[in-house]
Ligand binder design. Sequence first.
Ligand code: DQA
Length: 150
Amino acid sequence: MSRSILVINGPNLNQLGQREPHIYGHTTLDEIKAATMARGKALGLDVDFRQSNSEAEIIGWIQAARGKTDGLIINGAGLTHTSVAIMDALLAVDQPVIEVHLSNLFRREEFRHHSFISRAATGMICGLGAQGYLIAVDAIAELISKAGKA
Ligand code: DQA
């Protein structure tokens, strides 16, 4: 049976490649999307990869994913540190959630050390750049396969 995951990217991640490359690297979101989809395909996962600058749109995607996808990967970007509403939406889904950040939040400003999303995530990967997305796909494939065997 084919499994599907949703990968959600928050505000300003559409500007990856040009945006503060000393922090976020030179890889564009399209390149991350291609690599993430390829890794998913290799593991038998259909990957729906999206980006939005709108908190409301992201909440709508999370709500719609309930019962429809097998796992969620999210880089909430700036909303990570502010959005109780995204945390609440994630707490209501019934599938594994992996949080990803390109940069190491704990080496940066104090306000980035707190993540509302982490309270709703099975695990979190940060500081490994674009590779973090691939590690997240590996992790979620494992979690989905374990849940299927339970
Ligand atoms: C980010 C880290 C956030 O603090 C920041 O607001 C982002 C990107 C990351 O991937 O490192 O937009 O989520």
